[in-house]
Design a protein around this ligand. Structure first.
Ligand SMILES: Cc1cc2nc3c(=O)[nH]c(=O)nc-3n(C[C@H](O)[C@H](O)[C@H](O)COP(=O)(O)OP(=O)(O)OC[C@H]3O[C@@H](n4cnc5c(N)ncnc54)[C@H](O)[C@@H]3O)c2cc1C
Length: 397
């Protein structure tokens, strides 16, 4: 029996296995997907999360595969600058801000888990179907994701559910909670290889979802001087209808559903329609979160990452907060003789902190700067009729 069972091998589960290993606690990850795939597109790892990853000895490997972001810049929908501020090292912080392909981050974590814990500590194709507390341990039921057949139940002293926004374990504890809360904003995310824009290391936010918004940043350098540019188009869509209604890391999207919102975004620093049209990959996601919970821990089971506190991705915080959860949980489990006390301390530190972020990101996070810019711009440049709302309903798309 391993000390801790981790359900889910995403960024949260993998970070937890590494943090526990550093604290001298063994664990095994049970991941539903038969083969761990490289999912998603770009992600920003903020300095607070880089501190933890550097403590796990991963900073150099991540820096090799990422762009070290220099600044965060805000523009109005006419492409005029509103505000710019340095970030990470360039703002005098000890730790950098990295913009990286999500698959690269996952690969670095996965390789470290396999190397430090051993390849058998990640079991794929094991889909958790429920947990039940016994005296001093927890029994976890599984089925084979490929065949649907029941697998041998597994037992451990502690179980941590890192099974994402649609967490089965969370649903077991909160059966009446219902689906995640849709924010009214739909996102299309893509990557495009092209020449550098601005200084080749700036994360930009432009516009607002009500009139079309883009978040754009480079995530990889190529030897020929080009870069892989990650972009997210955010558009208000009252009813996501026929688009992907469930947040899934790999749901394909189509440029024709949204490119016209950005048709005249040909700025002197970037041609946005061209960026979208030349994309290698386009994925779609409804922007969703969930209300903060009153508690995460039940006997010897707790929640971590998106299973505990999914966020709307306005502040680039979701993965970073999962990484912080992993650090705190490992530290508290190592410090407490009774694992239930460790879980309680973890929850008392992390639940209020993340609840605050859920609410502040829901309120717009850094988009308040864009809001202010749009209010001023509207006096000078009215919103074109086709952009005052999403041009077509999801049904018509
Ligand atoms: C569009 C978008 C942009 C984002 N940008 C950023 C950003 O820039 N910076 C940032 O920090 N965060 C960002 N995030 C958030 C971040 O990606 C998530 O918060 C983070 O991936 C959560 O990690 P997790 O491990 O908790 O969940 P997940 O990554 O969802 O992993 C859950 C894992 O559990 C597995 N699983 C599910 N059910 C079961 C089961 N029953 N049994 C076993 N395994 C199971 C899944 O297959 C998966 O591997 C963004 C999110 C979105 C949607």
């Amino acid at each position: 029996m391993s000390d801790v069972i981790i359900i889910g091998g995403g960024i949260g589960g993998l970070s937890l296995a590494l943090s526990l290993e550093k604290a001298g606690i063994g664990s095994t990850i049970y991941e539903a997907t038969p083969v761990i795939q490289q999912v998603g597109v770009g992600i920003n790892v903020l300095p607070y999360a880089m501190r933890v990853l550097a403590g796990l000895g991963l900073e150099k490997e991540l820096e090799k595969r990422a762009i070290t972001t220099r600044s965060s810049a805000y523009f109005d929908r006419c492409g005029r600058p509103l505000h710019q501020m340095p970030v990470g090292h360039f703002a005098g912080e000890i730790w950098p801000q990295l913009s990286i392909h999500r698959a690269e981050l996952q690969t670095v974590l996965l390789d470290a888990v396999r190397e430090r814990l051993g390849p058998n500590r990640i079991r794929t194709g094991w889909e958790c179907t429920g947990v039940s507390s016994e005296q001093d341990e927890v029994c976890v039921s599984f089925r084979d994701r490929r065949t649907g057949q029941k697998l041998e139940p597994q037992r451990a002293g502690i179980v941590v559910a890192c099974d994402g926004i649609h967490s089965k374990v969370r649903r077991q504890f909160y059966p009446n909670e219902g689906p995640p809360r849709y924010s009214g904003v739909f996102m299309w995310r893509g990557v495009t290889r092209r020449s550098k824009f601005l200084d080749g290391a700036t994360m930009v936010r432009v516009g607002l979802p009500a009139v079309g918004k883009m978040v754009i940043y480079p995530i990889r350098d190529y030897d020929d001087g080009t870069q892989l540019i990650n972009w997210v188009a955010e558009v208000e869509v009252p009813d996501p209808g026929s688009f992907c209604s469930k947040r899934d890391w790999n749901c394909p999207g189509d440029a024709k559903d949204f490119v016209e919102v950005f048709a005249d975004w040909r700025f002197d620093w970037l041609d946005v329609p061209e960026l979208i049209s030349n994309a290698q990959t386009i994925l779609q996601f409804p922007m969703m979160d969930r209300d903060p919970l009153p508690r995460w821990s039940f006997d010897r089971v707790t929640l971590l990452g998106d299973a505990a506190h999914p966020l709307v991705p306005l502040g680039s915080n979701g993965a970073g907060q999962a990484i912080l959860d992993a650090e705190v949980l490992s530290r508290e489990l190592a410090a407490c003789r009774d694992p239930a006390d460790g879980l309680a301390r973890y929850e008392s530190i992390r639940l209020p902190a993340t609840a605050e972020i859920v609410m502040s990101d829901r309120a717009g996070g850094p988009d308040v700067i864009l809001q202010e810019g749009e209010e001023r711009l509207r006096l000078l440049v009215p919103v074109p009729a086709h952009r005052s709302a999403f041009p077509r309903s999801a049904e018509a798309a």
